[in-house]
Design a protein around this ligand. Structure first.
Ligand SMILES: CC(C)(COP(=O)(O)OP(=O)(O)OC[C@H]1O[C@@H](n2cnc3c(N)ncnc32)[C@H](O)[C@@H]1OP(=O)(O)O)[C@@H](O)C(=O)NCCC(=O)NCCS
Length: 338
């Protein structure tokens, strides 16, 4: 409950506290970027994670000094000169040789900071990588996909948004997880099933809440017939077969998914309808439009895109991010492997 002037429960504070308890390590590949340096200082000071900054040590020290930042207890690794480079290049060559890359290509790729950081995660030298302040989402994803790879059984990387709605019915700061809102334009049933599984994990890992997964549609339980509805039903079949413990249902309209009174009349007996907290959209148009509408019309806070589906965390930033955003995404990344 909140009263006038009372401090809102902040989900990110809770996520940071959980990250602290995990005592994990983040690698920040964009180490010569001032926002990464400021974030590294804060992440270390707040004990959210140990930090590895990638970059030339002299250059990082110079930028830190110019900004009066002390880099105590922060490890700096230079991919260009690291003694790990040859080993990393060899491992990357082994992963990608069937794609036709040479050992020289592998070496050159591993000198790239996003790839080097992803390899540190692959080899458990770090628990997650956070980048994207100066790199595109595509480049961050490509390094994650090629070096870390997908989680077992997962067919696609996707992007979830954690939506904190200030007031939903009698709940203050109600959290919904939306996906895919960032990566896959037109997922097939296998991909949609993967998006549902990844998003349910993201919900569980970040909030501790039991995920109730709604496969959304313009139809509820056969109210309309259309090939788009068939896609959602095929997704439900895959999930029931492969993830029998997942609390999932579809096809559901969004009101049937989240409003108990509507669920009662439209989807009686559904294990999810009326209490869904994980909303899976049939395509990227719907997922992207929905998160922005919720943000603008319900004054919700949108946190994301939270990159999910990789075997180990590799998270993306927006290029307009602040140092504090990097701190927040790091806390999220530290929880993304459970
Ligand atoms: C993921 C992404 C980087 C792939 O781009 P790409 O390299 O041009 O795509 P390609 O089709 O050439 O695929 C390259 C590799 O990635 C894999 N891949 C592509 N999309 C994938 C996905 N969503 N999940 C998992 N793997 C994927 C391909 O299978 C391929 O693998 P391979 O090299 O082992 O054969 C691209 O789809 C992208 O940039 N997505 C982000 C979109 C975005 O910016 N959204 C806005 C965020 S708010």
């Amino acid at each position: 409950m909140t009263s006038k002037g009372a401090k809102k429960a902040n989900i990110l504070d809770k996520i940071k506290a959980k990250a602290r308890a995990k005592k994990r390590t983040v690698v920040l590949p964009e180490g010569t970027e001032i926002r990464s340096i400021l974030a590294a200082k804060k992440i270390t000071a707040e004990k959210i994670a140990k930090v590895i900054l990638l970059g030339n040590a002299d250059e990082i020290a110079k930028i830190a000094k110019a900004n009066k930042v002390k880099l105590d207890n922060i490890r700096i690794v230079d991919p260009q000169t690291s003694e790990m480079l040859a080993d990393f290049a060899h491992e990357f060559y082994e992963i990608r040789k069937e794609k036709g890359i040479s050992e020289q290509d592998a070496l050159e790729t591993m000198k790239q900071y996003l790839f080097f950081g992803a390899m540190m995660v692959r080899k458990d030298m770090a628990d997650g990588s956070v980048a994207g302040a100066i790199n595109t989402t595509g480049n961050v994803l490509r390094a994650g996909i090629q070096v870390i790879g997908l989680a077992p059984g997962i067919k696609t990387v996707s992007g979830a948004f954690m939506m904190t709605v200030p007031k939903f019915r009698d709940k203050i700061n109600k959290i919904f997880m939306y996906a895919d809102s960032a990566v896959v334009p037109n997922p097939d049933p296998e991909q949609l099933a993967s998006i549902a599984v990844s998003t349910s994990r993201t919900m569980k890992y970040l909030t501790g809440e039991t995920p109730y997964v709604a496969l959304l549609s313009f139809s509820t339980k056969g109210s309309a017939k259309h090939e788009d509805v068939d896609k959602v039903l095929a997704t439900l079949e895959i999930l029931k077969k492969n993830y029998p413990d997942l609390k999932v249902d579809g096809e559901l309209q969004v009101d049937a998914a989240i409003v108990p009174e509507v669920a009662k009349s439209k989807a009686k007996g559904s294990p999810v309808a009326g209490k869904a907290n994980v909303l899976i959209f049939p395509d990227l148009d719907a997922g992207n439009i929905a998160y922005k509408l919720t943000q603008r019309l319900a004054n919700a806070t949108a946190t994301g895109p939270i990159i999910q589906g990789l075997a180990k965390p590799c998270n993306d930033l927006s290029r307009g991010c602040s140092a504090d955003d990097i701190v927040d995404v790091t806390a999220i990344a530290m929880l993304m492997k459970g």
